[in-house]
Design a protein around this ligand. Structure first.
Ligand code: ZN
Length: 472
């Protein structure tokens, strides 16, 4: 005889268990504290708009509003945290920065402690070559994460274990931070990071070198850049970008610097920057990374009609060639200190900007404005913007008129054209604010103004950069 009671009991017991599990699962999935989708947060800065943030993170204003409980009437305030719908699964705080010199997906991930896959997703990367210097990229950081410093690179024969001890770190923790499965996987030429009080700007570790940093990113047509290298032992550094080789000068204390200029007519695009480091044993380490050169947003002037004897003639070519010789030497001493002053009495009296595209007398040859034209607004005095040595006083140039040239060192020259008269002589060392000349309209000039130019290794750069930020 069948025991129905037992069967029923078994059935109910089993059914009950299934029901219990099902209810538990249901509860688990409804529990807001567990298994919930995470989103990284973007901190709103002054000037941000929802549509701009949506564009930047490949989402829509509607999706941003719905995820963050905003409506059309909610304002956006600097410091607000916004969850980003398209980056579901990531966490931490989103920051943006320009891809620095020497960084790769691996080094960026090690430094920020973000997963490489998350960096790829946040930046919609399809190839490592897209990590060009100066590109703005999105990174994530944990809200209370530590800053990271580049470690000295492993020397030949040195283990990651030994390097971690020297760095005062726990080997396994450090290996994990650097995404090494095992400390024995550490490699001599690889770049590793350790926790620190301040973030290191350096992203590349080469034996013997302490840091390599490129300054004034992103690169812009007609702008100045600076490469700084510090090393603990003598090293010869070479760099090449778009056919130009900025020259490194030894500044003492293991520091070498090279000022470079991006020609104002350089086509916008990515260019390889090649750097070479040769140590005293003759070993050479070389690396390439793409650099983005962005638009200088230059205006195009109306076609200009000028005296034909001031454009392209043999005399003008001779004047240009002689001028090139004057600004060619690289004096290995930096004479200036910090920010430069405007050479005019009214710094805002700008009548023509640097870089504007020009043609002369219906000839299609494209020229550009190589300096900053400061008009006659408050007075006619011309002042030295920074310490330097007067290296040329050139009267009656066909194009430049009465011209003064000051060498500030490291290949950086300032030039003053169309002057009425000079107040200094060749060899004078001038101080910032010192009267050096009087505004005039000599040479190829249509009215009284100062053409203020800064040349780096013979290439004119936007002078406003030097009036707005201090180098180095
Ligand atoms: Zn000018």
């Amino acid at each position: 005889m069948k025991d129905y009671t037992k069967t029923s009991f078994t059935f109910f017991w089993r059914f009950g268990l299934v029901l219990l599990i099902a209810v538990s699962l249901l509860n688990l999935s409804r529990d807001p504290g567990q298994a919930q989708t995470t989103y990284p947060e973007y901190i709103v800065v002054y000037g941000d708009t929802l549509s701009w943030i949506a564009l930047r993170f490949d989402t829509t204003v509607e999706d941003l509003q719905s995820l963050n409980g905003l409506d059309a009437s909610s304002g956006l305030h600097p410091g607000d945290h916004l969850k980003i719908p398209t980056l579901a699964g990531m966490q931490g705080i989103l920051t943006t920065e320009f891809v620095p010199l020497g960084s790769s997906l691996t080094s960026l991930s090690r430094r920020s402690q973000a997963e490489p896959a998350d960096l790829i997703k946040a930046n919609q990367l399809t190839s490592p070559s897209e990590l060009f210097i100066g590109r703005e990229i999105v990174m994530t950081r944990s809200e209370n994460g530590s800053a990271m410093q580049t470690m000295d690179s492993l020397k030949t024969g040195q283990s990651f274990f030994e390097a971690s001890i020297l760095a005062g770190q726990n080997t396994w923790q450090l290996a994990e931070m650097n995404r090494l499965e095992n400390p024995s996987h550490g490699l001599p030429m690889d770049t590793y990071f350790k926790p620190s009080d301040v973030d290191s700007p350096n992203n590349l570790a080469i034996p013997g070198l302490k840091s390599i940093v490129i300054d004034n990113l992103p690169m812009i047509q007609g702008d100045t850049y600076l490469i700084k290298v510090t090393s603990e032992s003598p090293v010869t550094v070479k760099a090449s970008l778009n056919g130009k080789e900025p020259v490194f000068v030894d500044m003492g204390n293991g520091m070498q610097m090279a000022y470079g200029a991006i020609h104002a007519l350089t086509e916008i695009g990515v260019y390889p920057l090649t750097m070479e480091f040769t140590n005293s044993d003759g070993e050479t380490y070389r690396f390439d990374q793409y650099v983005m050169i962005n638009s200088g947003n230059f205006a195009t002037d109306q076609p200009l009609d000028v005296d034909p004897s001031t454009v392209g003639t043999e005399e003008v070519k001779r004047e240009d060639a002689a001028f090139k010789q004057i600004v060619a030497p690289i004096t290995p001493v930096q004479q200036w200190d910090g920010l430069w002053y405007s050479p005019a009495q009214d710094a805002d009296c700008i009548i023509s900007s640097f870089g504007s595209r020009r043609t002369y007398n219906d000839d299609p040859t494209l020229y550009y404005h190589t300096g900053l034209d400061l008009g006659y607004c408050k007075g006619t005095d011309v002042y030295a913007p920074a310490v330097g040595t007067v290296v040329a006083v050139l009267p009656d140039q066909i194009v430049r008129g009465n011209t003064l040239v000051i060498d500030h060192g490291l290949g950086v020259y300032s030039i003053y054209m169309h002057l009425n008269s000079f107040n200094v002589n060749v060899g004078d060392i001038v101080a910032p604010g010192q009267l050096i000349g009087i505004i005039g309209t000599t040479g190829r000039s249509t009215g009284p103004h100062l053409h203020f130019e800064i040349d780096i290794q013979g290439t004119p750069v936007n002078p406003l950069t030097w009036l707005r930020r201090a180098f180095p």
